[in-house]
Design a protein around this ligand. Structure first.
Ligand code: ADP
Ligand code: MG
Length: 681
């Protein structure tokens, strides 16, 4: 229902109110005032008529000395006039606006704003917007910085300006200042009323800049304040304390027996986790590290420590293949520890599932590794000390929260989504962040090439050579968003083609998402054991799989993938001791696509690539707004790291001093209303 006050205040038709509510989501006066302009036309300075330039917007001030309607040959009405200022005169033309001859008085001051066109040997102003200058009245549509709004049928910017302007001053009272005075002064922020007024009708560029800055700051500040408060609640309102993991348990002997030495970054992150585990406040930590940076071993060490301390652990991965790989890795590395480790996935037979769940409940199970099967209803643990989520961006907040309900476990999430740190802090502000920012030593950089079509056959011959030397190859088929069926067809065609025409002497396998789990597992197993040379697949192999002998990644239709995803694919190779290669093939290439391919050739850091991706496509495209819970911000940019940091510091300051916001009732109210708006369900 439309707020009665909006109805009463702006006096408009039912149909307009309906459109405002349903198409623009404006229900109240406050909503209307918070309906920020999309952009602005600066028409605050007037152009002399003798200095008018064609094909740009000119704003001129003068008088109409004549105005009349004529009919065109096609029966349309054309309104023609002569417009004069002190410097000269120009013709003005409007199409299909016969009423203007009545509306616009001759010889009184008018402002026109519109494009000038050159036609039939002369310059004329075509379809300009107009505004009559009445004495003592402020300009609204021209001769100033004019707001331009997102419009909908029947509601245009002119209409919105006329409705919003009269609300200024008096109705700004609806906005209560939620920032402390002291903070506004220190950060040089204008107050909320001024900002709201000036975002619509700024007198100067400076005023507009300050209004924008304040409103953008607000968005980032409130977002982070909410996340921080959630974290505080999570850590302080828990029903029971977390199982403290004994800090005296030392993993040194175990670590010394590993086939490699931990990188300094891994050591640092491990000690951050260990410090958290020893507390009775449950940990919520996100480990972020590029593909191949070695997150799994960190999860394993945290799990081992927890189990040795007498608690259970579960590890959830987004796909069965990945869960199974983890299961094998963990079983192998922990063989001598004598633990009960079980795999529970969708395809696990029901009877076996029940048996595993039973072991979870009685506490005989030490470590459960699985997929979504871990969060089905019947699951419960006797004493869950640590819950680990791999590739956390693949899960929703709800799924993460389900794990939190199994007692009071410490929560460790892992992601390879290389979001710049400041951005990660904003988006996952309810978690602490650890970054593995170093690759294991001795890794050779993967050589990446965007291969032109005419070199395709050469590339294939070279690949064959490599296979004969013992290497293995991934071929990723293009992403086809239109339908799964078409994607399936494409991957089959590619597979058949490679098998019959290109590599008839090699062993090629096919993998796609529609296959039965057992089938997929078998194919992966064979590839892992080097029984097949080439694996052709859809994008299903994207996450986590570790096959050190695979050293060539071929990506078909590479232009269809975002940089972060291409980087993920590439991360499937370069895991062993052999020099690895990534070949990008493209079908059609836009300029932006070309920039992306170049970026892949040039950069090996997922963070760098993600930054470039953000610049090229924006956060919504890169991370998927819905999927990732990335908020749809109106004013702020998620790439304005400086402002994010500033807002973050302010939010931390307030939460540290007053976590319940008791001394900030307006903020408290605002945050409560923002419930779930950003974080989804
Ligand atoms: P990701 O961070 O992408 O999950 P993984 O944990 O799967 O990466 O590790 C990739 C590979 O690197 C694995 O084969 C793992 O055994 C190996 N690895 C992990 N840490 C190190 C290290 N410090 N030195 C050498 N190899 C390592
Ligand atoms: Mg991994």
């Amino acid at each position: 229902m439309v707020d009665k006050r909006l109805d009463a205040v702006i006096r408009t038709t039912k149909s307009h109110l309906f459109k405002m509510e349903n198409q623009l989501n404006i229900k109240t006066v406050k909503d209307l005032l918070s309906y920020y302009p999309r952009t602005y036309n600066d028409t605050s300075s007037f152009t002399k008529l003798t200095e008018i330039r064609t094909d740009i917007v000119n704003t001129v001030k003068g008088r109409l000395t004549s105005l009349f309607n004529v009919k065109s040959r096609l029966g349309k009405v054309i309104t023609r006039g002569i417009f004069e200022d002190q410097s000269g005169r120009i013709e003005v033309v409007w199409f299909n606006q016969a009423h203007l001859t009545k509306l616009l008085p001759r010889n009184s001051e008018i402002i026109l704003s519109g494009k000038a066109k050159f036609a039939f040997g002369k310059v004329s102003l075509q379809n300009p917007s107009y505004e009559l200058i009445r004495k003592d009245e402020e300009l609204l549509h021209s001769g100033r910085i004019v707001p331009v709004y997102h419009e909908t049928e029947g509601i245009n910017s002119k209409w919105l300006r006329e409705k919003i302007k009269p609300l200024m001053n008096q109705w700004l009272e609806l906005f209560y200042e939620h920032l402390p005075n002291e903070a506004m002064t220190r950060l040089n922020l204008v107050d909320i009323k001024t900002a709201t007024k000036n975002i619509h009708f700024p007198e100067t560029e400076e005023e507009l800049k300050k209004a924008r800055y304040r409103l953008a700051f607000d968005e980032l500040f409130l977002l982070q304040l909410k996340a921080l408060q959630e974290k505080w609640h999570f850590q302080n309102n828990i029903k029971e304390k977390a199982n403290q993991i004994k800090s005296e348990i030392n993993l040194r002997d175990f670590i010394n027996k590993l086939p490699f030495t931990l990188t300094n970054a891994q050591k640092r992150v491990l000690s951050e986790i260990e410090a958290d585990l020893s507390k009775e406040i449950p940990m919520t930590r996100l480990v972020q590290g590029d593909v191949g940076s070695g997150k799994t071993i960190i999860a394993l060490l945290a799990a081992l420590k927890t189990i040795k301390s007498g608690s259970q652990v579960c590890l959830m991965a987004p796909t069965e293949i990945l869960a199974k790989q983890h299961y094998l890795t963990f079983s192998k590395l922990l063989r001598e520890e004598g633990l009960n480790i079980q795999l529970i996935v969708g395809s696990t037979p029901q009877k076996q599932k029940e048996e595993i769940i039973n072991q979870m409940k009685t506490g005989t199970l030490d470590l459960a590794i699985g997929t979504h099967a871990l969060i089905q209803e019947s699951v419960a643990f006797k004493k869950l000390g640590l819950a680990i989520i791999d590739e956390q961006h693949r899960f929703g907040v709800k799924q993460r929260n389900t794990l939190k309900t199994y007692g009071t476990p410490h929560l460790l999430s892992m992601t390879a989504t290389p979001i710049p740190r400041t951005l990660a802090i904003t988006l996952y502000g309810d978690q602490d962040l650890s970054v593995i920012d170093e690759m294991p030593k001795g890794r050779l950089e993967i050589i990446t090439r965007h291969v032109p079509e005419k070199k395709r056959i050469d590339a294939y011959r070279w690949v064959e050579d490599q296979v004969l030397k013992g290497r293995q190859v991934f071929v990723i088929c293009p992403l086809i968003e239109e339908s799964e069926l078409m994607e399936l067809k494409a991957v089959y065609t590619e597979y058949e083609y490679l098998k019959e025409h290109i590599f008839p002497n090699l062993k090629i396998a096919l993998l796609h998402g529609k296959m039965k789990q057992s089938e997929k597992d078998e194919i992966m197993e064979k590839f892992k054991n080097n029984e097949t040379n080439i694996l052709v697949s859809t994008s299903v192999i994207e996450v986590g799989i570790d096959i050190p002998n695979a050293s060539i990644m071929i990506i078909e239709g590479a232009e269809r993938f975002g940089l972060s995803q291409l980087h993920q694919f590439r991360g499937r190779v370069g895991r062993g001791s052999h020099q690895s290669y990534c070949f990008l093939f493209t079908n059609s290439l836009s300029e932006e696509g070309n920039t992306r391919m170049k970026a892949m050739e040039r950069h090996s850091s997922g963070f760098k690539l993600s930054e470039i991706d953000l610049e090229l496509r924006g956060p919504g495209e890169v991370y998927g707004v819905k999927q990732s819970g990335i908020p749809d911000l109106k004013m702020a940019s998620l790439t304005d790291y400086k402002m994010i940091e500033l807002a973050r510091n302010e939010a931390i300051k307030i939460i540290n001093e007053d976590p319940m916001l008791e001394r900030h009732p307006i903020l408290q109210n605002k945050i409560a209303k923002a419930q779930n708006q950003y974080y989804g369900s």
